[in-house]
Design a protein. Structure first.
Length: 282
């Protein structure tokens, strides 16, 4: 294996098509402002490096990134990449991880709008992500212990699993399919509109007008805080541990809660015949 250590690179495609290499304690910065430093690389291991130039990893396969930093000037890093591991790394670059496949992310701190677009087979563990439009139109995502903040997250996503996480995001899961969220808190407005086959287990839901226009929605042993006008035109099976401020024009299924302060059945444009059950034992 070739080792490249303690160097600075500033020219365009400075390590283009590097194969079977260790890049250690290097920086990618300088007046030449060269882009695409690690484009079309294979079998590379990047450790303790700092990236400040645009498009550092594109079309790279079989790679490992450990204890690195991507500054905000390292725009759009990690595109069209396959089979990668990103560990203990800080990413501050917009539009990171696009159209990638088979990527594992561990213990990372990420601030990146439009992160993870059109990706597939991504695993995230013990990390934080801040940014808008997280994982737009992506599939086969597994997340555990994520602290996330932003807007418009997980839209048009398919086959998503989330566990033990805190999500502070409005308009999340819109038009999503096959989502399962467990043991998590979800804070934000207009949660999961137009979703199909979404399931929430042992979750706390916080915010106005959640779960409208949903198909085959399931909530198991969940809490709903400050949730009003919920479930409009949705087919739902909801078991709520506690009270709901209000439900409105629920299309079909069952909604059970210890109390529902207001049940609204008016001005419906479709037939709504869901069962609304209040049970103080819940």
């Amino acid at each position: 294996m070739q080792t490249i250590e303690n160097k600075n690179f500033e020219s365009e495609r400075s390590l283009y098509n590097l194969t079977n290499g260790l890049i250690k304690n290097c920086t990618f910065s300088g007046e030449e402002d060269g882009e695409s430093a690690l484009k079309e690389c294979r079998e590379i291991y990047v450790k303790n490096c700092k990236f400040e130039l645009r498009y550092p990893l594109w079309h790279t396969k079989n790679f490992s990134i450990d204890n690195c930093q991507f500054a905000d000037t390292a725009r759009a890093p990690i595109w069209y990449c396959k089979n990668g591991k990103i560990n203990n790394t800080k990413i501050q670059s917009i539009k990171s991880v696009r159209e990638c496949k088979n990527i594992d992310i561990f213990n990372c701190e990420i601030s990146s709008s439009e992160f993870g677009w059109k990706t597939t087979s991504i695993n995230i563990n013990d990390s934080s992500i801040e940014g808008e439009y997280l994982f737009f139109d992506s599939s086969n995502i597994n997340i555990n212990n994520l602290n996330q903040k932003g807007k418009y997250s997980f839209q048009y996503i398919k086959n998503l699993k989330i566990d033990n996480s805190y999500l502070d995001t409005k308009d999340a899961f819109w038009h999503s399919k096959n989502v399962v969220v467990k043991n998590s808190t979800l804070k934000g407005e207009y949660l999961a509109w137009y979703s199909q086959n979404a399931t929430f287990i042992n979750c706390t839901i916080i915010g106005t007008q959640p779960f409208c226009y949903c198909k085959n929605l399931k909530l198991v042993n969940c809490k709903m805080v400050d949730c009003d006008l919920a479930f409009e035109y949705s087919s739902v099976n909801a078991d709520i541990n506690g009270s709901i401020l209000s439900v409105k024009n629920v299309k079909s299924g069952i909604v059970k809660a210890s109390s529902i302060k207001k049940i609204i059945n008016e001005n419906s444009v479709i037939k709504c015949n869901a069962k609304i059950i209040q049970d103080t034992k819940l």
